[in-house]
Write a protein that binds this ligand. Sequence first.
Ligand SMILES: C[S@@+](CC[C@H](N)C(=O)[O-])C[C@H]1O[C@@H](n2cnc3c(N)ncnc32)[C@H](O)[C@@H]1O
Length: 211
Amino acid sequence: MRLRNLKNKDELLDNCSYIINDAEKYIGKWNKDVFKNNNPIHIEIGMGKGSFIKNMALSFPDINFVGIEKFDGVVARAINNINDNIPSNLRIIKADANTLNSIFKNEIDVIYLNFSDPWPKKRQIKRRLTSSLFLDVYESLFKNEKTIIMKTDNIGLYAYSLVSLSEYGYIIKEASLDLHNDIDRFNIETEYEKKFSSMGVKINYLKAIKK
Ligand SMILES: C[S@@+](CC[C@H](N)C(=O)[O-])C[C@H]1O[C@@H](n2cnc3c(N)ncnc32)[C@H](O)[C@@H]1O
Protein backbone atom coordinates (compact mmCIF):
# COMPACT_ATOMS: atom_id res chain seq x y z
CA MET A 1 0.00 0.00 0.00
CA ARG A 2 1.67 3.26 -1.13
CA LEU A 3 0.60 6.35 0.73
CA ARG A 4 1.62 9.98 0.89
CA ASN A 5 3.42 10.66 4.15
CA LEU A 6 1.21 12.15 6.83
CA LYS A 7 2.84 15.29 8.26
CA ASN A 8 1.57 14.49 11.77
CA LYS A 9 2.42 10.76 11.61
CA ASP A 10 4.50 10.69 14.81
CA GLU A 11 1.94 12.75 16.70
CA LEU A 12 -0.85 10.36 15.68
CA LEU A 13 1.18 7.30 16.70
CA ASP A 14 2.34 8.82 20.00
CA ASN A 15 -1.09 10.03 21.10
CA CYS A 16 -3.19 7.03 20.14
CA SER A 17 -4.94 5.45 23.15
CA TYR A 18 -5.86 2.16 21.41
CA ILE A 19 -2.51 1.31 19.77
CA ILE A 20 -0.70 -1.40 21.76
CA ASN A 21 3.02 -0.64 21.49
CA ASP A 22 4.37 -3.36 23.75
CA ALA A 23 2.13 -6.08 22.35
CA GLU A 24 4.40 -9.03 23.32
CA LYS A 25 3.76 -8.16 26.95
CA TYR A 26 0.15 -9.30 26.61
CA ILE A 27 0.75 -12.75 25.11
CA GLY A 28 -1.90 -15.09 26.49
CA LYS A 29 -3.51 -12.19 28.39
CA TRP A 30 -5.39 -10.15 25.78
CA ASN A 31 -8.83 -10.92 27.20
CA LYS A 32 -7.84 -10.38 30.83
CA ASP A 33 -5.44 -7.43 30.58
CA VAL A 34 -6.30 -5.61 27.36
CA PHE A 35 -10.04 -6.02 26.73
CA LYS A 36 -10.96 -6.95 30.32
CA ASN A 37 -13.76 -9.24 29.14
CA ASN A 38 -14.16 -12.80 27.84
CA ASN A 39 -15.49 -11.92 24.41
CA PRO A 40 -14.03 -13.60 21.30
CA ILE A 41 -11.03 -11.93 19.64
CA HIS A 42 -10.87 -11.44 15.86
CA ILE A 43 -7.78 -10.04 14.10
CA GLU A 44 -7.21 -8.57 10.64
CA ILE A 45 -3.67 -9.01 9.30
CA GLY A 46 -2.75 -6.17 6.93
CA MET A 47 -5.57 -3.80 7.93
CA GLY A 48 -4.41 -0.97 5.65
CA LYS A 49 -6.34 2.20 6.47
CA GLY A 50 -8.50 0.30 8.93
CA SER A 51 -12.07 0.88 7.65
CA PHE A 52 -12.97 -2.82 7.76
CA ILE A 53 -11.76 -3.49 11.31
CA LYS A 54 -13.29 -0.26 12.61
CA ASN A 55 -16.69 -0.96 11.03
CA MET A 56 -16.61 -4.59 12.20
CA ALA A 57 -15.90 -3.36 15.75
CA LEU A 58 -18.80 -0.89 15.55
CA SER A 59 -21.12 -3.59 14.13
CA PHE A 60 -20.18 -6.31 16.65
CA PRO A 61 -19.69 -4.73 20.09
CA ASP A 62 -19.55 -8.20 21.74
CA ILE A 63 -16.44 -9.19 19.79
CA ASN A 64 -12.96 -7.75 20.40
CA PHE A 65 -11.04 -6.72 17.27
CA VAL A 66 -7.32 -6.18 16.68
CA GLY A 67 -6.06 -4.59 13.46
CA ILE A 68 -2.48 -5.45 12.51
CA GLU A 69 -0.34 -3.59 10.01
CA LYS A 70 3.40 -3.64 9.41
CA PHE A 71 4.08 -0.07 8.22
CA ASP A 72 4.16 2.99 10.50
CA GLY A 73 2.79 5.29 7.83
CA VAL A 74 -0.17 3.00 7.13
CA VAL A 75 -0.89 2.61 10.86
CA ALA A 76 -0.94 6.42 11.15
CA ARG A 77 -3.44 6.60 8.25
CA ALA A 78 -5.62 4.06 10.02
CA ILE A 79 -5.51 6.05 13.27
CA ASN A 80 -6.46 9.18 11.33
CA ASN A 81 -9.45 7.30 9.92
CA ILE A 82 -10.53 5.58 13.15
CA ASN A 83 -10.19 8.67 15.39
CA ASP A 84 -13.52 10.22 14.42
CA ASN A 85 -15.45 7.35 16.05
CA ILE A 86 -13.32 5.02 18.18
CA PRO A 87 -14.96 1.70 19.10
CA SER A 88 -14.07 0.58 22.65
CA ASN A 89 -13.61 -3.04 21.44
CA LEU A 90 -10.84 -2.16 18.94
CA ARG A 91 -7.06 -2.16 19.34
CA ILE A 92 -4.33 -1.86 16.74
CA ILE A 93 -0.78 -3.17 16.59
CA LYS A 94 2.14 -2.30 14.35
CA ALA A 95 3.65 -5.71 13.62
CA ASP A 96 4.63 -8.06 10.85
CA ALA A 97 2.46 -11.16 10.50
CA ASN A 98 5.50 -13.38 10.94
CA THR A 99 5.91 -12.21 14.57
CA LEU A 100 2.35 -12.82 15.71
CA ASN A 101 3.17 -16.00 17.63
CA SER A 102 5.12 -13.84 20.08
CA ILE A 103 2.04 -11.63 20.59
CA PHE A 104 -0.93 -14.05 20.85
CA LYS A 105 -1.19 -17.56 22.26
CA ASN A 106 -4.37 -19.67 22.22
CA GLU A 107 -6.66 -16.62 22.28
CA ILE A 108 -7.78 -15.80 18.73
CA ASP A 109 -11.05 -17.00 17.20
CA VAL A 110 -10.91 -15.59 13.67
CA ILE A 111 -8.20 -14.22 11.34
CA TYR A 112 -9.26 -11.96 8.45
CA LEU A 113 -6.98 -11.64 5.44
CA ASN A 114 -8.40 -8.90 3.24
CA PHE A 115 -6.80 -8.14 -0.12
CA SER A 116 -3.43 -9.42 1.02
CA ASP A 117 -0.51 -8.65 -1.29
CA PRO A 118 -0.65 -11.36 -4.00
CA TRP A 119 3.13 -11.84 -4.49
CA PRO A 120 2.53 -13.34 -7.94
CA LYS A 121 6.04 -14.53 -8.76
CA LYS A 122 7.05 -18.10 -7.97
CA ARG A 123 10.04 -16.99 -5.91
CA GLN A 124 7.68 -14.84 -3.77
CA ILE A 125 5.33 -17.67 -2.75
CA LYS A 126 6.63 -17.81 0.82
CA ARG A 127 5.59 -14.17 1.35
CA ARG A 128 1.92 -14.90 0.71
CA LEU A 129 -0.05 -14.68 3.95
CA THR A 130 -1.64 -18.09 3.22
CA SER A 131 1.67 -19.91 2.58
CA SER A 132 2.48 -22.77 4.94
CA LEU A 133 5.14 -20.56 6.58
CA PHE A 134 2.45 -18.14 7.76
CA LEU A 135 -0.06 -20.93 8.50
CA ASP A 136 2.63 -22.34 10.84
CA VAL A 137 2.75 -18.97 12.64
CA TYR A 138 -1.06 -18.78 12.93
CA GLU A 139 -1.35 -22.29 14.50
CA SER A 140 -0.56 -21.23 18.07
CA LEU A 141 -2.60 -18.01 17.95
CA PHE A 142 -5.97 -19.72 17.84
CA LYS A 143 -8.02 -20.64 20.88
CA ASN A 144 -10.06 -23.66 19.76
CA GLU A 145 -11.36 -24.05 16.23
CA LYS A 146 -9.23 -22.11 13.74
CA THR A 147 -11.09 -19.84 11.32
CA ILE A 148 -9.53 -17.88 8.46
CA ILE A 149 -11.73 -15.61 6.35
CA MET A 150 -10.22 -14.20 3.19
CA LYS A 151 -11.31 -11.75 0.50
CA THR A 152 -9.29 -10.92 -2.59
CA ASP A 153 -9.62 -9.53 -6.09
CA ASN A 154 -6.70 -11.70 -7.17
CA ILE A 155 -7.78 -15.06 -8.60
CA GLY A 156 -4.21 -16.40 -8.53
CA LEU A 157 -3.85 -15.75 -4.79
CA TYR A 158 -7.37 -17.10 -4.23
CA ALA A 159 -6.69 -20.39 -6.04
CA TYR A 160 -3.32 -20.72 -4.31
CA SER A 161 -4.95 -20.12 -0.90
CA LEU A 162 -7.69 -22.71 -1.42
CA VAL A 163 -5.00 -25.32 -2.13
CA SER A 164 -2.56 -24.17 0.56
CA LEU A 165 -5.24 -24.09 3.28
CA SER A 166 -6.66 -27.48 2.23
CA GLU A 167 -3.21 -29.09 2.19
CA TYR A 168 -2.60 -27.69 5.67
CA GLY A 169 -5.76 -29.38 7.03
CA TYR A 170 -8.31 -26.58 6.78
CA ILE A 171 -11.80 -27.41 5.50
CA ILE A 172 -13.18 -24.82 3.07
CA LYS A 173 -16.62 -24.15 4.59
CA GLU A 174 -17.67 -21.29 2.32
CA ALA A 175 -16.38 -20.05 -1.03
CA SER A 176 -17.57 -17.52 -3.57
CA LEU A 177 -16.13 -16.15 -6.78
CA ASP A 178 -18.53 -13.20 -6.63
CA LEU A 179 -19.12 -12.19 -3.02
CA HIS A 180 -21.16 -9.09 -3.85
CA ASN A 181 -23.77 -11.15 -5.70
CA ASP A 182 -24.14 -13.57 -2.79
CA ILE A 183 -26.95 -11.63 -1.24
CA ASP A 184 -27.22 -13.86 1.85
CA ARG A 185 -23.74 -13.08 3.09
CA PHE A 186 -23.17 -10.21 5.53
CA ASN A 187 -20.26 -8.13 4.28
CA ILE A 188 -18.34 -5.08 5.43
CA GLU A 189 -16.24 -3.67 2.64
CA THR A 190 -12.55 -2.80 2.88
CA GLU A 191 -10.87 0.13 1.09
CA TYR A 192 -9.41 -2.14 -1.58
CA GLU A 193 -12.71 -3.94 -1.98
CA LYS A 194 -14.52 -0.66 -2.67
CA LYS A 195 -11.88 0.33 -5.20
CA PHE A 196 -11.89 -2.99 -7.06
CA SER A 197 -15.64 -3.51 -7.08
CA SER A 198 -16.17 0.05 -8.40
CA MET A 199 -13.96 -1.03 -11.33
CA GLY A 200 -16.24 -4.04 -11.96
CA VAL A 201 -13.81 -6.59 -10.49
CA LYS A 202 -15.49 -9.57 -8.80
CA ILE A 203 -14.53 -10.24 -5.18
CA ASN A 204 -13.42 -13.75 -4.22
CA TYR A 205 -14.24 -14.97 -0.71
CA LEU A 206 -13.47 -18.02 1.41
CA LYS A 207 -14.01 -19.18 4.97
CA ALA A 208 -11.74 -22.00 6.10
CA ILE A 209 -11.92 -23.92 9.38
CA LYS A 210 -9.50 -26.30 11.09
CA LYS A 211 -10.21 -28.27 14.31
C1 LIG B 1 -3.27 -4.48 -0.38
S1 LIG B 1 -3.33 -3.81 1.21
C2 LIG B 1 -4.99 -4.19 1.75
C3 LIG B 1 -5.43 -3.31 2.89
C4 LIG B 1 -6.81 -3.61 3.49
N1 LIG B 1 -6.84 -4.93 4.11
C5 LIG B 1 -7.89 -3.51 2.46
O1 LIG B 1 -8.45 -4.54 2.07
O2 LIG B 1 -8.22 -2.38 2.05
C6 LIG B 1 -2.35 -4.97 2.12
C7 LIG B 1 -1.90 -4.45 3.46
O3 LIG B 1 -1.26 -5.49 4.17
C8 LIG B 1 -0.09 -4.99 4.81
N2 LIG B 1 0.82 -6.13 4.96
C9 LIG B 1 1.42 -6.82 3.98
N3 LIG B 1 2.19 -7.81 4.47
C10 LIG B 1 2.05 -7.74 5.82
C11 LIG B 1 2.61 -8.48 6.89
N4 LIG B 1 3.47 -9.48 6.66
N5 LIG B 1 2.27 -8.16 8.14
C12 LIG B 1 1.41 -7.13 8.39
N6 LIG B 1 0.86 -6.38 7.42
C13 LIG B 1 1.17 -6.67 6.14
C14 LIG B 1 0.42 -3.95 3.83
O4 LIG B 1 1.29 -3.02 4.43
C15 LIG B 1 -0.88 -3.33 3.34
O5 LIG B 1 -1.28 -2.24 4.16
